[in-house]
Design a protein around this ligand. Structure first.
Ligand SMILES: Nc1ncnc2c1ncn2[C@@H]1O[C@H](COP(=O)(O)OP(=O)(O)OP(=O)(O)O)[C@@H](O)[C@H]1O
Length: 196
């Protein structure tokens, strides 16, 4: 995978009249997972939005991937409640030019065999999260930007995600992950970084 680093150069971001961080320098290299930590309201989601190109910083420079080179999975799962996991993923494939043939394997990997044909509204919180995370496997993209991906996942689900991240990094990809929980770190090239 051919991934360029994410480079933040003297970046300042504000929300309303509150400056969240000022003149921030940070370089995130392919092959690593940056575990972005910080208290509620510290600005983790706001920073992730800058990395995804969804928010313009007040000052400074950011160089990073084009939209088609990154997977963004935010707080919300972006699943249609009336459609099944399979149908949701098929719609995602249609929007992004991905092959729907990969859907069964992706859902198997996320251990969603039993639940995949039911309307998403009938799934548990963790099953919905797993359905959203299955997108990561449908199209190879160098950067994964994941906002609280562990929210709602059980221990097995967290280990599963750590396995996906480890494989992704071994293939030359990179990831930025916000979480208030510890990431299962075995075999995971993780760097911890805190916003104050
Ligand atoms: N729409 C908005 N308008 C103005 N300020 C906002 C808006 N959304 C968030 N903020 C403020 O921006 C700051 C950073 O929010 P952000 O969501 O980036 O924090 P976070 O570190 O991700 O928090 P959490 O751990 O609670 O998810 C907070 O102080 C919040 O009150």
């Amino acid at each position: 995978m051919n991934a360029a680093p994410l480079v933040l150069d003297s970046l300042t971001v504000a929300r309303g009249d509150r400056v969240l961080f000022e003149r921030l320098d940070l370089r995130i290299a392919p092959g690593e997972v940056l575990h972005l930590q910080g208290r509620n309201g510290a600005g983790k989601t706001s920073l992730l939005e800058v990395l995804a190109g969804l928010r313009t910083p007040e000052a400074g420079r950011f160089s990073g991937p084009e939209p088609e080179q990154l997977h963004w999975i935010g707080h919300k799962n972006a699943l249609h409640p009336a459609l099944s996991a399979v149908e949701n993923l098929a719609a995602w494939c249609g929007l992004h030019g991905a092959d729907t043939a990969g859907i069964p394997a992706a859902l198997d990997r996320l251990q969603l065999k039993a639940a995949r044909q039911r309307p998403v509204r009938t799934l548990s919180t963790g099953q919905k999260r797993r359905s959203a995370l299955a997108r990561l496997l449908l199209q190879r993209r160098p950067w994964w930007l994941l906002d609280e991906p562990l929210a709602g996942l059980d221990v097995e689900g967290a280990a599963l995600l750590a396995g996906l991240l480890a494989e992704h990094c071994a293939a030359g990809g990179g990831a930025v992950v916000t979480s208030h929980q510890a990431l299962p770190e075995e075999h995971l090239p993780v760097r911890h970084w805190s916003l104050r």
